[in-house]
Design a protein around this ligand. Structure first.
Ligand SMILES: [Zn+2]
Length: 95
């Protein structure tokens, strides 16, 4: 986040402009995270839910590591099948 003093007011906003596909900013600044996320959405990127931490992530936050899950149909009549889901980079790094 960057703040500027204009007269007696302090105006805060994102510290930089973000582009589509940029990695998630390493900051706790609401302004930066929000600006970054809105840019990704405007650019047409869709979030997917990480099967490990259940957080919603943009494609550039996902790892190539796949988690295999077994799913069972609700009726229990059809066979168990396996779904492959990518986990996010944070989970892949054990963070
Ligand atoms: Zn995750």
């Amino acid at each position: 986040m960057s703040c500027k003093k204009i007269g007696n007011a302090i105006i805060c906003g994102p510290s930089k402009e973000y582009k589509v596909g940029d990695p998630r900013p390493e900051t706790d600044s609401y302004f930066d995270i929000n600006e970054w996320a809105e840019t990704q959405i405007r650019g047409g990127l869709k979030e997917t839910q990480c099967p490990s931490c259940n957080r919603w992530k943009f494609p550039q936050e996902m790892s190539k590591i796949i988690k295999k899950e077994f799913a069972v149909s609700k009726t229990m009549k059809s066979p168990i099948y396996r779904i492959k889901l990518n986990i996010c980079k944070k989970c892949a790094n054990g963070e």
